[in-house]
Design a protein around this ligand. Structure first.
Ligand SMILES: Nc1ncnc2c1ncn2[C@@H]1O[C@H](COP(=O)(O)OP(=O)(O)O)[C@@H](O)[C@H]1O
Ligand SMILES: [Mg+2]
Length: 275
């Protein structure tokens, strides 16, 4: 089964888009290098701010007919065709495909609220093309809105990026219980919280070190820690240039941390799922 990772947290600015884009590229590059039978990765942008779309394709100018919005609003019989028509190749790598997000996704939430089965409008068409991809990575908006619910219903593995700050880590438990509520409420037993990813970690800050240690020591959360991404200004510069962190500066500390996270995930992809 193709793993479908969703990067989610209702807090903004925690590194969801940075992580989704660099995980997606890292996976496709690593799988190709390893000679895997399938190495294409699809990045799905469910955020109306479309940052992931902008940095990976260099454009934000997608219309209803060639973006996620069109697929969500299409009749269910036409949704797969709309999906196929909307996918573009990333400027980062031909094997990284992108289903673009647009500002209209904001209105899609309102338009779909009253439609029965709305939470499955992403999961159903994605399931029909998933076998073409080694993995699918979904970026989400900073809220547990209908759009994020759709992303979670489609996913197999939730990864929660979090900054090492007190209130952020306190919020972690509520993020996890929200994910579990969606899993149980919409009956998606395949969905699990597979990782907590600490982002913007500054080792010089005592509070950061303290919170990371607390997280590691936590019975419930410690075993879920899947990576620590350092605070690194190369990340912002990479965004500015619409580049991945690996292309912008392969020697940057964040490049190394994302590469390590990706090789962990890639091993799981090879094995057919996250343990
Ligand atoms: N490891 C990092 N070090 C420094 N800045 C980062 C790092 N990760 C993300 N950022 C910056 O933080 C901001 C928010 O990141 P982003 O990935 O857009 O978060 P989200 O998608 O959760 O809103 C961006 O300006 C980004 O460049
Ligand atoms: Mg984002």
């Amino acid at each position: 089964m193709t793993p479908i990772y969703v990067l989610t947290n209702n807090k903004g600015g925690v590194g969801k888009s940075t992580s989704a884009t660099n995980i997606a590229l890292g996976l496709t590059a690593l799988l190709r290098q390893a000679g895997a039978a399938r190495s294409k990765v699809l990045l799905v942008d469910t955020d109306s701010q479309a940052h992931a779309t902008l940095v990976t394709t260099g454009s934000k100018d997608y219309s209803a007919d060639n973006s996620l919005y069109g697929m969500l609003m299409a009749d269910p019989e036409e949704a797969v065709q709309m999906l196929r028509n909307s996918i573009v190749s990333s400027t980062w790598d031909d094997n990284l495909h992108v289903l673009p997000g647009t500002p209209q996704l904001e209105q899609a939430e309102r338009e779909l609220t009253s439609i029965p089965g709305a939470p499955y409008r992403l999961a159903d068409p994605l399931a029909k093309i998933a076998q073409h991809y080694a993995a699918i990575v979904i970026d989400t908006r900073p809220s547990f809105s209908l759009m994020t619910e759709m992303a979670l219903v489609a996913a197999t593995d939730a990864i929660v990026p979090v900054e090492p700050r007190y209130l952020e880590t306190v919020g972690l438990l509520s993020v996890m219980s929200k994910i579990h509520a969606i899993r149980d409420g919409w009956r998606v037993p395949n969905l699990k919280v597979s990782g907590i990813l600490v982002t913007k970690m500054d080792k010089r800050v005592k509070g950061h070190r303290y919170l990371l240690d607390e997280l590691k020591a936590s019975k419930q959360l410690g075993r879920l820690l899947c990576g620590v991404i350092p605070m690194n200004e190369a990340v912002s510069y990479a965004h500015h240039h619409h580049q991945s962190i690996y292309a912008y500066d392969p020697k940057a500390t964040a490049s190394d941390a994302y590469a390590r996270l990706v090789s962990r995930l890639a091993r799981c992809v090879h094995q057919g799922g996250v343990a």
